[in-house]
Ligand binder design. Structure first.
Ligand SMILES: NC(=O)c1ccc[n+]([C@@H]2O[C@H](COP(=O)([O-])OP(=O)(O)OC[C@H]3O[C@@H](n4cnc5c(N)ncnc54)[C@H](OP(=O)(O)O)[C@@H]3O)[C@@H](O)[C@H]2O)c1
Length: 324
């Protein structure tokens, strides 16, 4: 037996219950893991609320973790008991002391990558690697707007874009968060709770706007992003922290010839070769000091509800990790 967060209905953080359950046994091609650290992501909130129908109920939330292999199912050849691994998955279940995972979704952890770091960054770090190098290829002469620049994805994006040489404008919700975005490398920071973001972007860019906008805030920022993007620019809408972007008439893109995309990380890493390449690029960026773990909050796994409350209420910065 071990413990897991279990939710039996959609709803607020109060539906997340800490319960004992039987340990699952690994089937063909699967391994049993003991988790050592678990990442918290905004997608966990969408899943809990039912906005993303990715979990059958009763179910255990959570899309990423690091852990140790405890048992191998039939047909697993390239892992052994005791190996350290990490993963990101479309099958929720990481808010648990133990779980079973398909072996081919696991990334072996190098000795110099800590469990907490991997748990914090598998989803957000690999997302940022693909956003910066695949979705819209960032270049040194780009001026780029990063919304929620002190958040989990935001700090990583800001740092990675700076390493490429781009000029980064970040938006944040408070002066404290502005300091973090600056420390990550943002050239300009706009405090969105008291400044007009589109006007400030126009001032900073001499009216040109930004060549790329990374918008994970969604509903509250989409119109602003349309105003702030440059002619022929790219608006990358990759999340809905403030709610889903309402349906868009694509004709609004025409006057400035804007490219609009709505990427998610999972298709980018569905093939094992792509998964391993993206993870290796992330580990290399950590080693070079391009990005940092920035684990600014940890919670006991049993307090997952509190972690999600803090994330939804804009009280967190950087990464959040749950410890079993
Ligand atoms: N497409 C993908 O594959 C993918 C992968 C990972 C993450 N994401 C998306 O990336 C975004 C960031 O994720 P994260 O986990 O790193 O979260 P986060 O950025 O750490 O937290 C969300 C931030 O959004 C800002 N925000 C503005 N309005 C908000 C509102 N009404 N409610 C809540 N937050 C609001 C807040 O920052 P300020 O107070 O500074 O404004 C808040 O801290 C999310 O939309 C997530 O779904 C997408």
């Amino acid at each position: 037996m071990s413990k897991a967060i279990i939710q039996t209905e959609k709803g607020g953080p109060e539906v997340l219950e800490w319960r004992e359950r039987d340990d699952p046994a690994p089937g063909e091609g699967e391994v049993a893991l003991r988790h050592t650290a678990i990442g918290v992501n905004f997608i966990d909130i969408y899943v809990r609320e039912g906005a993303y129908p990715m979990m059958t109920l009763p179910g255990t939330p959570g899309m990423e973790a690091a852990g140790v292999v405890e048992a191998l199912g039939p047909g697993v050849g390239d892992l052994k008991v005791g190996d350290r691994v990490a993963y990101v998955t479309t099958a929720p279940g990481s808010y648990s002391e133990r779980r079973v995972m398909p072996a081919d979704r696991l990334v072996p952890l190098p000795d110099d990558i800590a469990d907490e770091t991997a748990a914090a960054l598998m989803l957000k770090g690999m997302t940022v690697e693909r956003l910066v190098h695949k979705t819209a290829v960032a270049a040194p002469d780009d001026t780029i707007l990063v919304h929620a620049a002190a958040g989990g994805v935001g700090l990583l994006l800001t740092a990675w874009l700076k390493a490429i040489g781009a000029t980064v404008i970040g938006t944040v919700g408070s002066d404290e968060k502005a300091k973090l975005a600056k420390a990550a490398g943002a050239d300009e920071v706009i405090v969105s709770t008291r400044e007009d973001v589109a006007e400030r972007v126009a001032d900073i860019t001499g009216g040109k706007g930004c060549r790329i906008i990374y918008d994970g805030v969604g509903k509250d920022t989409f119109e602003t992003s349309l105003k702030a993007v440059a002619k022929f620019g790219s608006l990358i809408s990759f999340g809905n922290a403030s709610g889903a972007v309402p349906p868009v008439n694509i004709a609004v893109l025409a006057p400035k010839c804007i490219s609009l995309s709505r990427p998610q990380v999972f298709p980018y890493i569905a093939d094992r070769a792509d998964l391993l390449e993206t993870a290796e690029n992330l580990f290399a960026a950590l080693r070079k000091g391009i990005v940092h773990p920035d684990i600014n909050q940890t919670f006991p796994l049993s307090d997952a509800a509190e972690a999600q409350r803090a994330l939804a209420a804009r009280r967190t910065t950087g990464q959040i990790v749950l410890l079993p």
